[in-house]
Design a protein around this ligand. Sequence first.
Ligand code: AMP
Length: 445
Amino acid sequence: MTENRRQFRAIKGTRDILPPESALWNWFEQTARNTFESYNFREIRLPIFEETELFARSIGADTDVVNKEMYTFSTGPDADTKEEGASAQTYSLRPEATASVVRAYIENGMQTLPGNAKLYYVGPMFRRERPQKGRYRQFYQIGAEVLGQSDAPAIDAEVIEMLMTFFKRASLTRTTLYINSIGDKNCRPQYVELLREELRKVAEQPPAGSKLGPDSLRRIDTNPLRVLDSKLPEEQAIIAKLPRISDHLCDACREHFAKLKEELSLRGIAYEENWRLVRGLDYYTRTTFEVIAEGLGSQNAVCGGGRYDGLVELLGGPPTKGIGFAIGTDRAILSIQESGKLPQLPALAVFVAWMGQAAYPTAVNITRKLRGVGLAVELPAEEMKFKKSLGLADKLGARYALIIGEDEVNSGTFTLKHLADSDQKKLSEFDLLEYLESERRDTRA
Ligand code: AMP
């Protein structure tokens, strides 16, 4: 193949979401919007790229996301920035959106707005991970954040309730919600030190049959909490014996966690406690949670979330409490598909089978009216033979063929053929519109 005729392919780790699957995506995202708005969350639309420094500072320099996975590029100074000494900028495609939400909160002075800022976002994220089932380099998240002055456990519980309500409405029901508390700046440092000491001991004298891998050994110094995340089989026996944060929470954190559990019970939300669920970043405080779903193999986390009371200050804003989550849309959709519980999605309602030039103006006219009442209608651009027309209607999955030929034009009626059972009726325009509209209302109800 010569170079100028080569075919292009989507870049590794990216993919096209094609119809009809895209309808499932739209439905899933719309269900999220409806659910979140019923909890009085409002959408925030954010840039796809930000200063690299924003992510480095908020996500943390010692994380895989920042160290290895960001798509980073530099540009020279803006052509219109004529300032002396204007330097090159380094930007990154966003690997997540919490940092951007917090940046926007501070930049737009949202702390002056009444009540808490309750925001949600929908869109693509970019991480240069090794692609596999449920893991992509461009993937999609739906997330929500609450920022404000209060850290009441009822806020955490409402956020979790909203998440689980959404999953239920989106027929993602084979899920497990895990929760944990990782303490705050009063109690976590002592726990982390204790963990570090224990890890040093086992690193020097590993018990028979177990040992810490290179990542965990490195994390003893940089971020020992992350060792608890490890899925390596040879580390599990060691981790099982490590001290647990629940035994080391200060009174305020223990009380907060107990209240959260009460609040979840009040809302009828089933959960499991998982003491190993940590978000290994300094600014995370107290509540962490995760939802896993069936049918996904090893990449089974469909949502991660937690409280981050220190983040706004870390990014130069006023003291502010925060909590949020991010749902992995790609995985959630995969799990719904695997469960086979697919919703009824809008399909082609009517295929207009017109024949003869005399029928054409009538066909154009009625098509516009049917579309006007919200029906999906296909109007062939060129005349087709009757058989071919009905064959195409069938292949396109139309529910009805609307037949308009010489007879129909002369009698001022339409023939509506239900394709599944070939049942046919002759209707006036008025009756046709009324019939199809009421049927659409019934199927939506
Ligand atoms: P995180 O920001 O890492 O806590 O991710 C939140 C959620 O996003 C995870 O639970 C996953 O469902 C999803 N997610 C994270 N990374 C990827 C990826 N590379 N591909 C697909 N989904 C992802």
